[in-house]
Design a protein around this ligand. Structure first.
Ligand code: SAM
Length: 269
């Protein structure tokens, strides 16, 4: 396939994004490692450390792909000093008192093959829709979430919002499904403010990444598209404004690795 990614119009974006992720879903981890030189693992750890979830939390992990963020979230809950899994459900008040509130992660993605791959991985980690903490996998579009208002405590989107056609609509939906007090966190490639570092980063992005994509997966176009989409994404301050426009309060961000990535945070109050 060839993507004319410089001239693509908005109507084609959704099907093109689907095709990109269909192409890369089988060697998706490899792609992440190529794009970030392996650092994406640390960035994702940082996202969950920022969230610092406690038992009783319900996460919606949008564009969750194979579950990288959700697994970290559930693993983190399990290390909480307040985590007491509800193993015996015999209804006795003693047992209920000693178990923590159940926690869950819902992985939400437009691409069913990503979710299928993630579900398999979840099983090897012991996470199912019956475990505590539990996980479930839902297919759909982040611009029209199939969930009621005020449902989740936390909303994460990691390397996913950039690929959406209507980002304002994604943010609006995030706001809607969060409970009052709930937190929005977005991990995304961002803009490197330092000109010298940006120059070096551009060389790497435009010259090295597509070639590596070609060598590893024979798919130069998908990787070139991903680089292009990073450059088109709003910078840190403009993205703060967009999150505020969706209704979020106390919107902040922190840069990771010179601003190659940033984590944006906001609350529904
Ligand atoms: N969150 C995971 C991570 O950090 O590793 C996966 C990120 S992956 C780069 C982007 C994901 O966004 C893909 O799995 C893709 O299918 C999904 N996606 C793209 N557009 C979407 C949309 N409109 N709604 C939901 N998911 C979408």
């Amino acid at each position: 396939t060839h993507f004319g990614f410089k001239t693509v119009n908005k109507d084609d974006k959704e099907s093109m994004v689907k095709e990109v992720f269909d192409n890369v879903s089988s060697n998706y981890d490899l792609m992440n490692d190529v794009m970030s030189m392996g650092i994406h693992r640390l960035w994702k750890d940082e996202l969950i450390n920022t969230l610092n979830p406690t038992p009783g939390s319900h996460l919606l992990d949008v564009a969750g792909g194979t579950g990288d963020i959700s697994f970290r979230f559930l693993d983190k809950i399990k290390t909480s000093p307040n985590y007491f899994p509800n193993i015996i459900k015999n209804g006795s008040s003693e047992t209920l008192k000693s178990s923590s509130l159940p926690s869950s992660a819902t992985v939400f993605d437009i691409n069913q093959s990503m979710l299928n791959e993630g579900k398999k991985r979840g099983l090897t980690k012991g996470y199912t829709d019956q475990s505590d903490p539990s996980i479930d996998w839902v297919q759909g579009n982040s611009e029209a979430l199939p969930f009621k208002d005020d449902t989740f405590n936390c909303y994460t989107v990691s390397f996913g919002i950039r690929n959406c056609t209507n980002i304002d609509q994604v943010l609006k939906e995030a706001y809607r499904v969060l409970k009052p007090g709930g937190r929005f966190l977005c991990l995304e490639f961002s803009q490197v403010p330092n000109p010298l570092l940006r120059f070096a980063y551009d060389q790497y992005s435009f010259n090295v990444i597509p070639v590596m994509g070609q060598l590893i997966s024979g798919d130069r176009d998908s990787y070139a598209y991903l680089v292009e989409s990073i450059r088109k994404f709003p910078d840190q301050e403009n993205f703060v404004q967009m999150i505020q426009d969706a209704g979020f309060k106390q919107v902040t961000y922190k840069n990771l690795t010179f601003g190659i990535c940033s984590i944006h945070s906001g609350f529904k109050l």
